[in-house]
Write a protein that binds this ligand. Structure first.
Ligand code: HEM
Length: 559
């Protein structure tokens, strides 16, 4: 039999063949909201059997077998309360005015936590949702696949994925500069690529990446690059362990391991800070388990909630630092980047030693407090694009909630088991009386208060970074994100890992990922917390647990 005929024959026998074996590429069905009618057909027109896809698609299609388009790129956000169910009758105060009165520009840092705890939050936010602009009708569309699948790195559809792949050795495309890998530069960067119009004349550009929002700020680009390099690091190890694997197989296996590490760090290291570890365990968002976690629920809908993307998770804009410290190996600050000067100008990280200094800054600079205080860099200077003043991100957030027709704060109080306020003073159960007075001065009626605003003023649930309303919304989102993901890394079966491999994945940490990919020699064990000699000591990188990729060497019987 001639080799070149093989793919055709296999396709006829198994139309939805998706095991990434040489020389076949997996057949992904990538669809948009408009094309849903044809979503059950493969590229060749055959019925697509989602149950045969061993690797997740880029746009999330087929993750849910009963409803294959659930959580896909270009879907409507899910809603806890339907859009427009509560109509606000009275005139609302302007978003700018609410922001000015309530969100004071004071820089208070968050004791114990590093800037990485803010930056990882943004990275997760971009993985889960991305509102389509301009707002389009009563229901809003998100351009990101809702699953936690490293879509900023791999893109939200096949076209985006193909554009960042090298198609050789399972690698992502990179440009090597000063001995380090960076994403390719965009030839003609535009504002649509989240790049600033204001750039240095010396060829400074933006990156060609799976989600252009990674160009938005230097620290986010840095996290992006660390994960991009991690993919290539894994791919190189897999290729050397399994020289017979083709590009596709190496790529998909490296992607699967990379996503698993990201899911693990997000759910077991980042989210416990935000939601409280014990609370997450009680609600079965995470388990204190050594073995597999097999509670996938095909009825759970992992689609991004509008209340999450447009209100609750945006609350952490409060953590943004106005100046990004450049810190050297001896833990001394050698300067700082003013964030509003570098919005849409990520390539500042390539200048001199900035990548190194910013990486250490990310792990040693304190994050700003999770409170109603904001750095004026985000309330006065965001997107200033060379002008003296810019925009107010907090006011944008409030406006978005209104554009998305989110029900008022009061409705979510009820949904989350609190009393629906009849008068402003009823808010005092969870909001400081002085702030309730401010709300009373701004709004006509308790039902007018925006979710974005009310939720952000609540006293936090002890041991968490959220008041009861946002806590309730975030818990619902992240429960669905995990339980509604058929490809979740802790599952047993052919989509998952062997138990030994899973145990290796559970050794992942942001600290180790940064060690491996940002040329650090030492770092504290948990990069989300500031170092502390007793509980979080600075450690040589080699001493930190690492994922033993040798377990991915395919034996003859598996091949
Ligand atoms: C330097 C840090 C950050 C900057 C400059 C930033 C800026 C922005 C901007 C400009 C938007 C779009 C606003 C709009 O036009 O609607 C946005 C959206 C958003 N941000 Fe941030 N942000 C940062 C950090 C964070 C963090 C730490 C989180 C959460 C932990 C977060 C969560 C979100 C979410 C959920 C959205 C909406 C996503 C969607 O479109 O569905 N951001 N941010």
């Amino acid at each position: 039999m001639e080799y070149k005929h093989l793919p055709l024959i296999v396709l006829v026998l198994t139309p939805a063949l998706v095991v990434a074996q040489c020389p076949f590429a997996p057949k992904f069905k990538e669809i948009g909201r408009e094309q849903h009618q044809e979503s059950d057909k493969s590229e060749s027109g055959e019925e697509l059997d989602c149950s045969k896809l061993l690797y997740r698609t880029y746009n999330g299609y087929c993750n849910n077998l009963k409803k294959p388009d659930r959580g896909t790129t270009n879907s409507y956000y899910a809603r806890l309360i339907p859009a427009g169910e509560y109509r606000k009758e009275s005139t609302l105060p302007t978003a700018a005015n609410v922001s000015k009165k309530l969100y004071i520009d004071i820089s208070i840092t968050e004791k114990d936590y590093t800037l990485a705890s803010m930056q990882y939050g943004q990275f997760i936010a971009h993985d889960i949702s991305n509102r389509m602009m301009p707002a389009n009708g009563i229901r809003q569309i998100t351009k990101a696949s809702s699953y936690l699948d490293l879509s900023p790195i791999y893109g939200n559809d096949k076209e985006a994925a193909d554009s960042v792949r090298l198609f050789k050795g399972g690698l992502l495309k990179t440009e090597t500069k000063h001995g380090q890998e960076f994403p390719e530069s965009l030839k003609k960067p535009t504002v649509e690529d989240n790049c600033s119009d204001v750039r240095d004349p010396d060829g400074e550009s933006c990156y060609a990446v799976g989600d252009t929002r990674s160009n938005q700020n230097p620290q986010l680009a840095l996290i992006h690059i660390v994960w991009m390099r991690e993919h290539n690091r894994i791919a190189r190890v897999l290729s050397s362990l399994n020289p017979e694997w083709c590009d596709e197989k190496v790529f998909q296996e490296a992607r699967k391991i990379n996503i698993a590490q990201h899911q693990h760090i997000a759910f077991y290291q980042y989210l416990p800070i935000v939601l409280g570890k014990q609370k997450m365990i009680e609600k079965k968002i995470i388990y204190d388990a050594d073995g597999y976690v097999d509670d996938y629920d095909e009825n759970a809908d992992a689609t991004a909630l509008d209340e999450h993307g447009t209100a609750a998770f945006r609350y952490y804009h409060t953590q943004i630092a106005g100046h990004l410290k450049l810190i050297n190996d001896t833990q001394h600050s050698t300067g700082a980047l003013r964030i509003s000067d570098y919005i849409g100008r990520p390539q500042i990280i390539e200048k001199s030693d900035n990548f190194h200094l910013l990486t250490i800054g990310l792990t040693l600079q304190e994050a700003m407090g999770v409170d109603r205080y904001h750095d004026e860099e985000i309330t006065k200077y965001m997107f200033k694009e060379g002008h003296e003043f810019g925009e107010d991100l907090k006011a944008i957030d409030i406006r978005r909630g209104r554009e998305h027709l989110l029900a008022p704060y009061n409705a979510y109080r009820k949904l989350c088991g609190m009393k629906q306020a009849q008068e402003f003073s009823d808010f005092k159960d969870v909001i400081d009386p002085e702030l309730v007075n401010s709300l009373n001065g701004l709004y006509h009626h308790p039902d007018d208060v925006d979710l974005t605003v009310g939720g952000s003023l609540e006293t936090h649930v002890p041991g968490t970074w959220a008041g009861p309303t946002f806590h309730c919304i975030l818990m619902k989102q992240f429960y669905n994100t995990r339980v509604g993901d058929r490809y979740w890394y802790e599952h047993s079966g052919e989509l998952g890992f062997t138990l030994e491999q899973l145990k290796e994945i559970r050794k992942s940490s942001l600290a180790k990922i940064m060690c491996e990919n940002a040329k650090l020699s030492k770092i504290q064990k948990d990069a989300f917390y500031l170092p502390d000699s007793e509980n979080n000591p600075v450690t040589d990188c080699e001493q930190l647990p690492s994922v033993n990729l040798n377990l991915w060497k395919e034996t003859k019987s598996e091949a």
